[in-house]
Design a protein around this ligand. Structure first.
Ligand SMILES: [Zn+2]
Ligand SMILES: [Zn+2]
Length: 334
């Protein structure tokens, strides 16, 4: 089988042949149909995850068909369509798992980091990582929903915002374009915040009622003129932009951080105390949350906007994602 691997931290993509692997007990082998290219693949490409082993195959937005089941697997069948997202397995034994909080497992496994991910033709996955894909969703549409989609959907439904509330989405990129759609379908009054006037039309087409151009206007002031946001989803990986948004929150408003950046967000205690504001980080969700995401997308018509590349062009696809110019998610097809 063909795989796109990274041989060492900071290395380039290499297309190589490998033996098709056999699934262990409690695992399945899946035939990958499509795999989304996520910004978090930078963790694998550049070796930014502590303890990551090489060579490693990135990819945690994997739409696939079960090809072989290992011993002890009874609930999943050969031929079934399944997705594997960021949540690539949990130990079931740590304190968080024993509380049922699998999303915060101390030994959470991530495909493409803990084990080889979806930039390949066949992949192994533990059963606790699997989510069923509804028939109505194509492989290339399902793939980005397995990380970008669930992250936006799941954080949004836990944001505390209610139908009719003002909800702002910062960033019109890979995460933001899904978030605008989900927020609109949830019945929120959606404000999209982007850089430049060229994103206004697409934001409104996706369901935003108002577009704020952060190059022309201070977004937090514009949000306060509208009464303040009940929730702001910060999807663009810019700590500076996130810091500036705290003042756009209304009373009991929550800034939800999903865009990955490494520098600090700056906020004063006074900003949080005034109006009882909150800042919360959010990472994906369990495979059951993924199934909720996929079913909601099926019901509501939320779909990612994508650019597809064949597996052989993994390097080009990754570079396109990193350029920030893709509209809006990049997906590899096998
Ligand atoms: Zn991701
Ligand atoms: Zn655990």
């Amino acid at each position: 089988m063909k795989v796109a691997q990274i041989a060492k931290p900071g290395g380039d993509f290499e297309i190589v042949e490998r033996e098709i692997p056999e699934p262990d007990a409690g695992h399945v082998r899946i035939r990958v149909q499509a795999c989304g290219v996520c910004h978090s693949d930078v963790l694998t490409k550049e070796g930014l995850w502590p303890g990551i082993q090489y060579p490693r195959i990135p990819g945690h937005e994997v739409a696939s068909i079960i090809d072989q089941v290992g011993d002890g697997v009874s609930d999943w069948k050969k031929g079934q369509r399944v997705g594997v997202g960021w949540h690539g397995g949990h130990d079931g034994t740590c304190r968080e798992c024993r509380r049922g909080d699998f999303n915060n497992c101390r030994n959470l496994q991530v495909p493409g980091i803990s084990y080889d991910g979806g930039y390949q033709e066949y992949m192994l996955a533990p059963v606790e990582a699997l989510a069923a894909i509804p028939d109505a969703l194509s492989d290339v549409d399902a793939a980005p929903l397995l990380c970008a989609g669930i992250t936006t959907y799941n954080s949004l439904r836990h944001s505390g915002a209610m139908p009719g509330d003002l909800v702002a989405v910062q960033g019109i990129g890979g995460l933001g374009h899904l978030r605008i759609q989900f927020a609109h379908k949830f019945g929120f009054d959606v404000v999209a915040i982007g850089r430049g006037s060229e994103n206004a039309a697409v934001a409104q087409k996706l369901g935003a009622s108002i577009y704020i151009d952060s190059q022309e206007t201070t977004a937090s002031e514009a949000l306060q003129k509208l009464g303040g946001a009940r929730a702001i989803l910060a999807t663009a990986p810019s700590s500076k932009a996130m810091s500036e948004l705290v003042n756009g929150l209304g009373p009991n408003g929550k800034l939800i951080v999903v865009g990955v950046a490494f520098d600090p967000i700056e906020v004063s205690p006074v900003q949080l105390i005034t109006g009882s504001r909150t800042i919360q980080g959010w990472a994906a969700g369990t495979p059951a949350d993924t199934e909720d995401t996929l079913r909601f997308a099926e019901l509501s018509g939320v779909r990612p906007m994508i650019e597809t590349y064949p597996l052989e062009k993994a390097a080009e696809a990754y570079a396109r994602m990193m350029s920030g110019k893709a509209e809006f998610r990049v997906v590899l097809t096998m």
